[in-house]
Design a protein around this ligand. Structure first.
Ligand code: PNS
Length: 167
């Protein structure tokens, strides 16, 4: 029987509840879901690759068919290496669509056999992004419901001296 493997690529800096929602949905429809962090030397991430891998591992133990990994270079090459037939990406709002469509088309040009599958997270996460989470954490704001508890404590640790923004 054919096993369908999908890659869910991203920066995950940090992992949010929106990412986890998508992982849960992907784990339901694919036989194996590989959550893969891009090793990107250009961007200076808030969390190191090791920290991001650890947070993902800690938060995905409940799914037997979810793997956590990192990759460098082209996504299509990594997908081929892992024997994956699909790439999973989340679309929160119309504003995500243009960028995601461009990437999907380009990946199809690079490897026509690789399908991109778009899924929507729960509506409650439609405004959630790693960038906003980093900003809220840096300014001492409340993170409840936005990130898993292990990510929240790491963010608090990272911005220990951050004070709530003056009103
Ligand atoms: O979480 P992000 O930052 O939106 O994820 C972007 C990511 C990692 C999916 C994208 O940058 C990517 O796939 N990079 C790998 C390099 C590559 O294949 N580039 C061509 C894509 S069209």
């Amino acid at each position: 029987m054919k096993r369908v493997i999908a890659i869910y690529p991203g920066s995950f800096d940090p992992l949010t509840n929106g990412h986890l929602d998508l992982i849960q949905r992907g784990a339901r429809i694919f036989d194996e879901l590989v959550v893969a962090i891009l090793r990107n030397s250009e961007k200076a991430p808030l969390f190191s690759l090791e920290e991001r891998l650890e947070m993902l591992r800690e938060s995905t133990t409940q799914w037997d068919n979810v793997r956590v990994d990192s990759f460098a270079g082209l996504l299509v090459d990594y997908a081929r290496e892992r024997g994956a037939q699909a790439v999973l990406r989340g679309i929160r709002a119309v504003s995500d669509y243009e960028y995601e469509l461009q990437m999907g088309w380009m990946n199809r040009k690079l490897d026509p056999s690789l399908e991109t599958v778009f899924m929507m997270p729960a509506g409650a996460y439609s405004y959630l992004s790693s960038r906003l989470v980093r900003e809220i954490a840096a300014l001492g704001g409340a993170l409840g419901g936005l990130v898993p508890a292990s990510v929240e404590s790491r963010l608090r640790e990272r911005f220990r001296d951050a004070q709530p923004a003056p009103r």
